[in-house]
Ligand binder design. Structure first.
Ligand SMILES: CCCCCCCCCCCCCCCC(=O)SCCNC(=O)CCNC(=O)[C@H](O)C(C)(C)COP(=O)(O)OP(=O)(O)OC[C@H]1O[C@@H](n2cnc3c(N)ncnc32)[C@H](O)[C@@H]1OP(=O)(O)O
Ligand SMILES: Nc1ncnc2c1ncn2[C@@H]1O[C@H](COP(=O)(O)OP(=O)(O)OP(=O)(O)O)[C@@H](O)[C@H]1O
Ligand SMILES: O=C(O)CCC(=O)C(=O)O
Ligand SMILES: [Fe+2]
Ligand SMILES: [Mg+2]
Length: 277
């Protein structure tokens, strides 16, 4: 029931906003008569009272702005998402509203779509098989700790980071997702990011600046990268250079939940594989 509602709301919200950009997963701002947030002890600002997170996990998210849950999504589900992605690349299915992006370094050279030319698909909410991700009880269970029970999926993507061709265009500059989101409140938004395979610094893992979710939304612009930058890959110019980057090494199925103000990005893919999340 809840899962069905999530899907229906998604369509309504996208239609209403009329905006190609949207968020990960967010609480409905007008939901419920009593906002759980108002009952929070003063020290918890970024998480809601729940029976899911341990006190330690809760404190970690509050302090750092992200939380990795190991082995959350089954390998069987990941295989299904992978297969559907390949079907989309082969154009066997073309869900309405889906956006397909190629890497800027190869967009002019490669004509045919294949899983080797597609860097990312976005807005797969009309694809039943991929949207299953947003309905997985194990995902929603954690999402609810940040959004509360009235959940909407706001933006969806499957990222297929290609092997870098030498121009470093496979990188994703450091940014805050809130830059792309025209809705608030930010503390009731969370992104769920699931590794579809082993991911480390070699194939371009997620890189985070812990604690930056406590700061403001910063100005974003295209980075001055010699090799080029992908469309809409805006970055923060003036991030704190002595703020240590943390590279999140993740196994297949591991999922990181992060705050939309957390500064994050991803490095270049130095392998020959297509890093999928
Ligand atoms: C939605 C946000 C929420 C975020 C949530 C989570 C937040 C954290 C993640 C944030 C990640 C970043 C955020 C991404 C934000 C978007 O991606 S927003 C959506 C992408 N941009 C748009 O929708 C803008 C409008 N759309 C477009 O321009 C086109 O649909 C696309 C995406 C470029 C693809 O075009 P296409 O239909 O495949 O057509 P194609 O002929 O291949 O290309 C058209 C032109 O675009 C150029 N182009 C194609 N691909 C690229 C590329 N990768 N780079 C540069 N130029 C390109 C081509 O060279 C061509 O240029 P010209 O020859 O006309 O000069
Ligand atoms: N000195 C820097 N200036 C600006 N952005 C940076 C800088 N260092 C890293 N970044 C950003 O953070 C992301 C992650 O950095 P990281 O150093 O992990 O990746 P990389 O430089 O692509 O690869 P690697 O250092 O592992 O060879 C990069 O893709 C880039 O967007
Ligand atoms: O996976 C990546 O390369 C970056 C993803 C990202 O920025 C996001 O999911 O918000
Ligand atoms: Fe992001
Ligand atoms: Mg580096």
């Amino acid at each position: 029931m809840d899962q069905l509602r999530a899907g229906v709301r998604l369509r309504i919200v996208l239609g209403h906003l009329g905006h190609p950009l949207a968020a990960a997963i967010v609480a409905h701002p007008t939901s419920g008569t009593s906002s759980p947030a108002s009952f929070q002890p003063q020290q918890f600002q970024y998480t809601l009272d729940n029976n899911v997170l341990s006190l330690e996990q809760r404190k970690f998210y509050e302090e750092n702005g992200y939380l990795v849950i190991k082995n959350l999504v089954s390998h069987a589900d990941i295989q299904r998402f992978r297969s559907e992605f390949e079907r989309i690349c082969r154009k066997e299915v073309r869900p309405p509203g889906l956006m397909v992006m190629k890497d800027v370094a190869i967009v002019k050279s490669e004509q045919n779509l294949s899983e080797k030319s597609v860097t990312k698909i976005q807005d797969f909410q009309e694809d039943e098989e991929l949207f299953r991700y947003c309905t997985l009880p194990e995902i929603l269970k954690y999402v609810e700790c940040f959004t509360g029970p009235n959940i909407m999926a706001m933006h969806t993507m499957l990222i297929n980071k290609p092997p870098d061709v030498g121009k470093k265009t496979s990188r994703h500059p450091l940014h805050q997702d809130l830059h792309y989101f025209p809705f608030r409140p930010s503390n009731l938004i969370v992104c769920a990011w699931t590794a579809m395979e082993h991911i480390d610094r070699n194939n371009g893992c997620l890189v985070v600046l812990p604690g930056t979710h406590k700061g403001p939304l910063k100005p974003h612009d295209y980075p001055q990268w010699e090799g080029g930058v992908n469309i809409m890959y805006h970055g923060i110019q003036d991030y704190e250079k002595n703020n240590a980057r943390v590279h999140l090494v993740m196994e297949k199925g591991d999922t990181v939940f992060f705050h939309p103000l957390l500064i994050h990005g991803s490095g270049r893919n130095r392998t020959q594989g297509f890093r999928k999340v």
